[in-house]
Design a protein around this ligand. Structure first.
Ligand code: AAQ
Ligand code: ZN
Length: 373
């Protein structure tokens, strides 16, 4: 049954919301954490493993996929869903952020960005239209606007000029977007940590009209306090029935505080990157499993986890795998970390539905402050 793209509220607790995001590729409960699938794979995970952690939406990336294997090749092979064998919704970032943070030798102008591939040095150009066309070729369920994410700290005038350029680019992206039932395009709110500039950006984007709105320009070193104060100045201005996506965030504590401030969707490389560097997320903070203290610890990483690492193995085994540089180490620990992030989001979502978010948030924060078991 084909379904229009929309977010439907199920419950609320203050500014926090629980609901369902209906898309052409299925319905996802929110708040939701979206595993990052950079080059068409969630690193060290099969898509069945990603599904088993409870993930609903995964991320793809225009920058990486346009360089390799190329958007036209993915289109010819049936699109990113077929290519990755992921039937659920896929959100693709627009590439601007990755060019500015990854690509060597890039030149930004009012029309777009020219850069050299970090893979083979070949020349490429991204514009609002080209980024939108590439995401269409990938058959992304949710397409992101092509924007500029300015480095912080920066003078308000610099932030204002950058945001206004991104707003002009957003209008061009909307023009280039091919509307399809169950598909969406999100505008990206910019404006640094300046409340008035954030408000100007929300007005510009809601004036154009998008199916959802992302809060960009954060998680670039501003710190949690400034990130939260910027959310306080921004999310109340976004239409209540529009989904909100905070880009690149974050730690478990960031996720909880951002849900409390009206955010529904998140992506972050932390759980997957930590999984490859022997860092384990638990209900009581993180563990460095390379540490010698785990060498003879027969307990699971977490007693509350149903993942493969926690039901079948010990901390001592994970310690051994990382010490021996065995591939199974990153596989099992990435699985565990993603399972932890999904369990965290499910618990927060249930608390909103049951009207107990305040107590649940206090309990989570008390747990994170405790020593490891
Ligand atoms: C980590 N902090 C942070 N990340 C930000 C991103 C990228 C979000 N992650 C997307 C991704 C997709 C696939 C593979 C890897 C990453 C942004 N993207 C855009 N377009 N605009 C932003 O302002 C912006 C700000 C960010 N801050
Ligand atoms: Zn586990």
């Amino acid at each position: 049954m084909s379904t229009a793209f929309r977010w439907v509220e199920q419950a609320r607790s203050g500014r926090a919301r629980a609901g369902h995001l209906h898309t052409a590729h299925g319905t996802v409960p929110t708040p939701t954490f979206m595993p990052v699938g950079t080059v068409g794979t969630v690193k060290a995970m099969t898509m069945d493993a990603v599904r088993s952690t409870g993930a609903g939406i995964v991320l793809g990336n225009t920058y990486h996929l346009m360089l390799r294997p190329g958007a036209e090749r993915v289109r010819a092979l049936g699109g990113l869903h077929r290519f990755m064998d992921w039937p659920g919704p896929i959100l693709t970032d627009s590439g601007g952020f990755q060019v500015m943070s990854l690509g060597p030798l890039r030149k930004l102008d009012q029309d777009g960005v020219t850069f050299s591939s970090h893979i083979d040095g070949s020349k490429h150009r991204l514009t609002p239209e080209r980024s939108t066309d590439i995401q269409h070729a990938l058959d992304a369920t949710i397409t992101m606007c092509f924007d500029e994410c300015p480095a912080l700290p920066a003078a308000p005038e610099v932030i204002a000029q950058s945001m206004r350029m991104s707003m002009r680019w957003a209008a061009r992206c909307r023009e280039a977007f091919v509307q399809r039932l169950g598909y969406a395009q999100y505008g990206i709110i910019q404006g640094g940590t300046e409340a008035e500039l954030r408000a100007e950006s929300v007005r510009a984007l809601t004036g154009i009209g998008f199916e959802g709105y992302a809060i960009g320009g954060l998680a670039v070193g501003e710190g949690q306090e400034l990130m939260f104060s910027t959310l306080d100045a921004t999310t109340p201005l976004i239409p209540w029935d529009s989904p909100r996506y905070l880009m690149g965030v974050g730690t478990p504590d960031d996720l909880l505080g951002s849900v409390e401030r009206g955010v529904d969707m998140f992506d972050c490389v932390m759980p997957t990157r930590a999984g490859r560097t022997a860092r384990a997320y638990t209900e009581r903070g993180t563990l460095n499993l390379r540490n010698a203290r785990h060498a003879v610890d027969s307990r699971p990483i977490s007693p509350h986890c149903d993942c493969l690492a926690c039901t079948r193995h010990s901390r001592a085994y994970l310690h051994h795998l990382f010490r021996a540089n065995e591939i199974l180490g990153p596989m099992l620990l990435t699985w565990h970390n993603l399972a932890y992030y999904q369990r965290l989001m499910r618990g927060i979502r249930s608390a909103i539905v049951e009207g107990s978010l305040e107590a649940h948030a206090a309990w989570l924060r008390a747990q994170w402050a405790m020593e490891d078991w």
